[in-house]
Design a protein around this ligand. Structure first.
Ligand code: ADP
Ligand code: MG
Length: 579
């Protein structure tokens, strides 16, 4: 795990070396500063040589300047290192998630993926920057300071160091307590967020029951909990700061008093006394740093472990080593005794066999949950068949690369997903890099032109989250335009018009029929009127494909399809009588 962790430093080796060596130089300069003061008081002052004092001061000024510069480098480049590592990991994670198969997304919560890609990585970046560097510097400073102090006066050095464990305990203990307090506070603010989300997204219900006062009361309660939690955290923080302040002053005072006594007995010079007082401050710093690391380390490593878990999860469906790139398929699709289950507990498809000839339109009807969508998602290999095989033009879909296979298939579903962006960008999603001409041609074929012409910004009109809201029919037209642009030989229409009202459905149906021309088309339909012209109809039930024939043949068969037909037909007539 650690080796893996440090491998992320590799691309930024230079940055790491500059940062680390600067940090070491800063630490060494800081370590020797009290010695310089000691020398200044004991050796330089007695000479009374003002010129020399000025010279030494100038030298010290230069050293300070260097130290300042290096400090800037450490602060800036150190964080840069952390951010670079964080960015690399984020990119790796996003790339990896993009490559995952459908099953992964079925089984993983979106919020989960989001927090892995954002928050988890913050902690890793912070730790990557501070972890190794601070640990090394802290140990080095502590040992260095102690060694120098011991060299100057062993008794006083031991007394000063003897008090360190108390300080270390205090700092660590307070940090743990503070951590818990912050964690509670974060929990409470999440509760406040939850309340706000609930009340705002449910505002129509709130208003219709005139329950605003109740909502406000509930909010006030949560807000109050949050206030108490944050106040408590600040109280702990204030207490921690004061007690650490007191401990360090106490340490300085003890050193001062014992030092004074030693000095009276001629065992310590004034310069040495001053440098000792300064060294007690040097000793305290590493303790602070290490205790901060104690907090950062578990957070960072836990984040890293979660990150690796995700990254090491191989995509379920992968291209075979000898998979071929298919450049154009005719669209002869055949299922050969296909079995399929999403999870082992329940078989969704069993022994499904059928074939569609190139250019035909074939319709699937049947009760919801029978497996129609599932059948269609096996063709682009979104899921892998459990047994049996699916071939297109006689080639097993598993022997094609996923990318080239999916390039040949277009899918229009009930919900059209529009990305935040312009109308043009959303159409162009069907074929990235398509020319303006091709995009306009596609829009024209989808009968979107008149609509776009009326928009204030035309093709540049923003849609999605913060832009224009499109109606269901307009969304479908956009999806159809995407498909005209993609122009695949195989088309799957999965209840594409089911969410639309009957009138809009009729209009969209016209476009879909045009889209289906010269393509092998699989239609899943709810309303039978939309599949009147299909070459064949398959009735899918939980028992498999129960009926197979033309529309009229199936009506004549007097089976499941005939029943469906009669129900819808009667309904249709009733509706017409009403008008
Ligand atoms: P249809 O499209 O005919 O309504 P589906 O193909 O969507 O039916 O679903 C067939 C069965 O598979 C249903 O029982 C459904 O609950 C189940 N199912 C569909 N999608 C998934 C999935 N992603 N994970 C697990 N089970 C699923
Ligand atoms: Mg379905």
């Amino acid at each position: 795990m650690y080796r893996k962790f440090f491998s992320y430093y590799k691309p930024h080796k230079r940055l790491f070396v500059i940062d680390f060596s600067s940090a070491i130089i800063v630490a060494v300069l800081e370590l020797f500063f009290p010695l310089a003061v000691q020398w200044f008081i004991d050796k330089l002052l007695p000479t009374g040589d003002w010129g020399m004092i000025v010279q030494v001061s100038v030298l010290l000024l230069l050293v300070y300047a260097l130290s300042t510069l290096l400090n800037f480098i450490v602060n800036y480049l150190g964080h840069k290192l952390g951010i670079n590592i964080e960015t690399d990991m984020r990119e790796e994670l996003f790339t990896h998630v993009q490559r995952q198969s459908f099953r992964f997304f079925d089984n993983t919560k979106t919020g989960h993926i989001m927090s892995r890609i954002t928050n988890d990585l913050f902690d890793i970046g912070e730790f990557a920057h501070h972890g190794p560097e601070d640990l090394f510097i802290a140990i080095m400073t502590f040992i260095g300071a102690f060694a120098i102090m011991f060299n100057v006066n062993p008794t006083l050095a031991l007394i000063a160091v003897g008090m360190v464990p108390f300080l270390a305990w205090l700092v660590t203990f307070s940090n743990i307590k503070m951590n818990n307090a912050w964690k509670t506070m974060y929990g409470k603010i999440a509760d406040v967020n939850g309340r706000v989300e609930d009340s705002v997204s449910g505002v129509r219900v709130v208003k219709s029951f005139t329950n605003e006062a109740f909502e406000i009361e509930r909010f006030q309660e949560q807000n109050g909990f949050f206030r108490s939690a944050k106040l408590y955290a600040y109280k702990i923080m204030a207490g921690t700061h004061s007690s650490i302040y007191m401990m360090t002053r106490l340490l300085t005072l003890v050193v001062l008093v014992v030092g004074a006594w030693l000095s009276f007995n001629g065992k310590l010079s004034y310069g040495e006394l001053v440098s000792f007082v300064l060294y007690t401050n040097v000793l305290i710093k590493p303790i602070d740093k290490i205790s901060a690391l104690l907090e950062l380390y578990p957070k960072g490593m836990a984040g890293f472990k979660r990150f690796r878990e995700l990254v090491e999860q191989a995509p379920e469906i992968q291209d075979r080593p000898n998979a071929q790139v298919v450049s154009h398929l005719n669209g002869d699709i055949a299922f050969h005794q296909v079995d399929f289950h999403y999870d082992t507990s329940k078989t969704v498809l069993e022994d499904i066999s059928f074939d569609v000839r190139a250019g035909q339109t074939i319709a699937f009807v049947g009760p919801s949950g029978a497996g129609k969508t599932t059948i269609c998602s096996l063709i682009p290999r979104f899921y892998e068949v459990s047994s049996g095989a699916i071939t297109i033009d006689g080639i097993d879909v598993r022997d094609m690369t996923q990318a080239s296979l999916r390039d040949q298939i277009g899918i229009v579903q009930q919900d059209v997903f529009l990305f935040t962006g312009t109308i043009r960008e959303n159409i162009a999603y069907g074929k990235l890099g398509a020319s303006e001409e091709a995009i306009r041609e596609a829009a024209k074929k989808a009968h979107l032109e008149a609509f776009i012409a009326e928009l204030p910004d035309g093709y540049d009109t923003q849609i999605g989250e913060r832009g224009l809201k499109l109606s269901g029919g307009q969304k479908q037209r956009l999806a159809i335009a995407r498909m005209f642009l993609k122009n695949p030989p195989i088309l799957i229409l999965d209840e594409a018009t089911s969410a639309l009202d009957t009138e809009t459905e009729m209009i969209i149906q016209q476009s879909l029929t045009e889209l289906a021309e010269n393509r092998t088309t699989l239609v899943i339909a709810h309303r039978l009127a939309t599949i009147r012209n299909a070459d064949r109809v398959l009735v899918v039930t939980p028992n498999g494909i129960e009926e197979d024939g033309t529309y009229d043949e199936l009506v004549a068969q007097n089976g499941i399809f005939a029943k469906l037909h009669h129900i819808q037909f009667r309904k249709g007539q009733a509706a017409q009588e009403y008008v």
